[in-house]
Design a protein around this ligand. Structure first.
Ligand code: ADP
Length: 599
């Protein structure tokens, strides 16, 4: 198993995490998808908070009224009604706000996840090659719930908390200025303390434990995806041990994170204690010096109870907010990373010509270099492939055959030059339309864990069942599919593991038949198939090639012989080019390969 630390995407980001302010900006943009709904929620939450804020006043007035026997009947009942109405108002508007928040949050979580998925899909083949799929899965799902935590923290606790705490400091100041000043100063210290501790102390440990959480996802997916190899080597115990090392590191980091939360709580408790001691001390002093009525005492005590409730939640929620933002960070980062191979703004869909020959390919003085490689694979390379021509690519592994095909599919951008298909520069059309014009039959086709029908129709989802069956017949796949108990409705297992190599290949050929693209790329299987299967696959491939420009990464002698042209690759360059007989006669690289395969 590769070391999940090699996930270069994570390494890049961990070295330079997005600042919290930018992540907050990303969350804000999610809220602003529905500004009216956002404003309605804020208004309701504010109304509920104002009810909360008025409660100490009502409590003070009720106690004052109750302590004056002459007015008990009229005034005290009035105050009681007021207090009850405030509580009722508080519960009602908050319930209404929660109702709105539920659909607001769920919808934004859905959109955020969909957009993250779309962005990840748009990233280049290089990005995917460098990134563990399990890590990406973990990051996207963590962001979805991180967004929820951020929204809940702000709407339910921090937003109302700010209003209540400053409102209480002001209302206390109105009734009794020294107490108001005391509370105001303590609140500022409290919020400042929490903000500093959270960003300086909590965030770094959060990022470390999140990194390890991502590694858990990466390791799980890697080892589970590679289960056949694990089984084949009886390596279960080794995999369990290396996975335990990752979860062990996660445990240690998570304990540090939680302990950091706890230690941060110490300072908060000290400030709460100061508030409690100072405020109640001031009340007792005022009461003893006949400067406060019973109502003032009730007002101060109710205020204290209210504020201590908010303060207690405040620091815990601020830490949750930071955690939520750190969870969203990866997706916020994805969303500001432009796809490495992007459509140009004016890109139109590629449409093959309606009439005349289709599928001509021109390499016009192209230069291409893989990132991180010092020498270019292709340098000022030119080649013309005529419409309908059958070209075989031969050469040892690593000689550049797959790269040649990937450039036609525009999986990478060129460093110089152009590739034209039917006269159109492939860099000027949408990637989606370009790739639809090229049908690919890979060497070891990976299928989706969906039905055979769905797999065959993947290149043309609107195909009817009759068309799917017709394509399967042409691909010599119908017979084996019909023998399966569930026929075309059979689920093929992850990556198609429930089918044999030859069967998977014929499904891929059927898929290419249905896609009906003018250009066909056929990467022949190197693994040996039994004679009957080989014959079937070959017949199916022949049928598929008819009438299309075909590029075959060739391993079979028969395909090579029948090619219109053979391109011989060596060390990333085409060293010979021509027909079979011509190249054998030349006595060069191809002739040597030919003799080797015949030996
Ligand atoms: P072939 O298909 O003939 O086996 P490839 O086109 O896959 O050869 O590879 C050609 C060369 O490019 C090899 O040296 C290979 O190591 C290098 N190469 C292939 N893919 C990448 C990549 N994503 N990044 C860097 N180098 C690569």
């Amino acid at each position: 198993m590769d070391d999940p630390d090699e996930d270069t995407d994570a390494a890049r980001r961990d070295a330079r995490p997005l600042p919290t302010g930018k992540v907050l900006g990303f969350v804000w943009r999610q809220w602003m998808r529905r500004p009216r709904r956002f404003a309605a929620i804020c208004t309701l939450m504010l109304a509920g908070t104002l009810c909360d804020l008025a409660i100490p006043w009502a409590a003070g007035a009720l106690v004052d009224a109750a302590s004056n026997p002459a007015h008990v009947a009229a005034s005290a009942w009035r105050q009681w009604t007021m207090l009850s109405a405030l509580y009722l108002g508080y519960y009602t508007v908050r319930t209404a706000a929660f109702q709105l928040i539920n659909s607001f949050s769920a919808r934004n979580m859905e959109v955020l996840t969909n957009e993250a998925f779309a962005r990840v899909q748009a990233f280049s083949s290089d990005w995917h090659a460098d990134t563990f799929s399990g890590a990406t899965v973990r990051r996207v799902s963590r962001a979805m719930w991180g967004y929820d935590t951020v929204t809940d923290s702000i709407f339910f606790v921090l937003g109302p908390g700010f209003v209540v705490l400053f409102g209480l400091a002001v209302s206390m100041g109105l009734r009794w200025p020294p107490a108001g000043l005391f509370c105001g100063v303590l609140f500022m210290v409290f919020i400042g303390y929490n903000a500093v501790v959270t960003s300086r102390f909590i965030r770094p440990v959060n990022l470390i434990s999140n990194g390890l959480d991502t590694r858990i996802g990466a390791s799980l997916a890697d080892a589970i995806g590679g289960n056949p190899v694990v089984k084949a080597f009886g390596a279960e115990a080794r995999e369990i041990a290396s996975f335990s090392a990752v979860t062990g590191a996660w445990r240690a980091a998570t304990i540090r994170t939680w302990n950091a939360f706890n230690v941060a709580g110490l300072g908060q408790n000290l400030l709460m204690w100061l508030l409690q001691g100072g405020l109640t001390g001031m009340i007792v002093w005022a009461w003893a010096h006949h400067r406060a009525s019973a109502g003032d005492v009730a007002f101060a005590l109710t205020s204290f109870t209210l504020m201590s409730g908010y303060l207690r939640n405040f620091s815990e929620t601020l830490r949750n907010l930071q955690k939520g933002l750190d969870d969203v960070l990866d997706v916020a980062d994805y969303m500001q990373t432009e796809p490495q191979v992007a459509d140009i703004p004016s890109a139109a869909d590629y449409a093959p010509p309606h009439r005349g020959p289709r599928g001509g390919i021109v390499f016009d003085r192209i230069t291409f270099n893989y990132k991180g490689q010092t020498l270019p694979i292709f340098e000022r390379f030119s080649l013309d492939i005529a419409p309908g021509e059958r070209v075989a690519l031969v050469g040892p592994t690593g000689s550049g055959k797959s790269t040649f095909v990937k450039l036609i599919q525009r999986l990478y951008d060129l460093d110089a030059g152009r590739i034209l298909i039917d006269g159109t520069d492939i860099a000027t059309v949408t990637q989606r339309s370009l790739r639809r014009a090229i049908a690919l039959v890979p060497q070891d086709p990976a299928l989706f864990h969906r039905t055979l029908s769905e797999n065959i129709a993947y290149g043309r989802p609107d195909a009817t069942q009759e068309q799917v069956v017709a394509a399967a017949r042409r691909a010599r796949a119908h017979d084996f599919i019909s023998r399966l108990p569930k026929g075309y409705d059979t689920l093929v297992g992850e990556r198609g593991v429930k089918l044999s190599g030859g069967e998977r290949q014929r499904v891929a050929i059927a898929r290419a038949f249905l896609a009906d693209a003018p250009i066909l790329v056929l990467d022949e299987a190197t693994s040996s198939l039994d004679v009957e299967t080989e014959r079937q696959v070959q017949a199916a491939s022949e049928a598929l090639m008819a009438g299309r420009t075909t590029i075959v990464i060739a391993h079979r002698l028969s395909t090579i012989r029948e090619a219109d042209r053979i391109l011989v690759f060596e060390n990333g360059a085409i060293v010979e080019e021509g027909g079979h007989g011509e190249l054998v006669a030349q006595g060069g690289a191809y002739a040597r390969l030919h003799h080797l395969t015949q030996a």
